[in-house]
Design a protein around this ligand. Sequence first.
Ligand code: TRP
Length: 362
Amino acid sequence: MKKIMLTGDRPTGKLHVGHYVGSLRRRVELQNTGDFDDIFIMIADAQALTDNADNPEKVRQNIIEVALDYLACGLDPEKSTLLIQSQIPELCELSFYYMNLVTVSRLQRNPTVKTEIKMRNFEASIPVGFFTYPISQAADITAFKATIVPVGEDQMPMLEQTKEIVHKFNSVYGETLVEPQILLPDNEACMRLPGIDGKAKMSKSLGNCIYLSEEPEEIKKKVFSMFTDPTHIRIEDPGKLEGNTVFTYLDAFCRPEYFPEFLPEYNNLDELKEHYKRGGLGDMKVKRFLNNVLQAELEPIRKRRKEWQKDIPAVYEILRKGSEKAEKVAAETLKDVKAAMKINYFDDEELIKMQSAKYMEE
Ligand code: TRP
């Protein structure tokens, strides 16, 4: 079986380091293994419109920001197809047929959608398009016959919904759709990178993000303002690692080679953590180290972004070409789907013959 990766992001803002450790970094690593037959990375503008219908300009403005962040991280248009969701009309058609395979109560149980409804104060008036976006996401995934979908854990319910649609479709209409597998980040810190304030998740509305395109001075300011252990007052006090944002970030970003480079008194992160727990290690020292680590990680990304920023038309051209290629693939799947559902009347010679025979005797 072919190995096909697909994933995507809603273009509602620039991407931040939470996106990076949660999925972007993994995508680039997977891309560079050369193990995949095809890779599709989707800018999910149509999905972004399901809860931004009154603000399409926000979505429109952010498509290029997400594309730049992708290229900056090392997604390579020679190896990965970058596409814009709304440019693939086949996805709407697939969604329309999948809708018949999903119940309202099943959608109501989706925990991610439930949380989002609360966050957006949609309780009294949920847009139908927003309510059904898990179905449209199943179309995104199945249209490209994706086998691997690297995403954050909040996307787990979407993958479950997709698998249910695949099973239902295949059992009703015959084996047609491919079941995808979710690929989650491999450590807890990457799974749920908190904001710099230590609050649950990094999010633009909470103002607690470090963006991938952030300038060095800003990164430094944010690192030094990070939430640590509020009971660790004097350097000699023992410190706690749980809920200590600085250490969570080190778990997500630190590489062994950063110790000889920036903090040669320690051999590895475990030693640093032990010292902190014991007492005698100040927050400032750990923050300085984290700042060095983040600067080293983000500098090449920022530089690459600046290069691409000089040629925005070229970035749009990459998206146009990618969307064109993606549409061809989605059209093939739609053809298979319609054939399986036998709604391909004009290609169905049997049907035409049969209907003719019915009226032959008259
Ligand atoms: N729901 C995803 C998000 O909010 C974006 C998305 C849309 C997606 N279609 C997808 C992710 C298909 C993976 C696969 O970030």
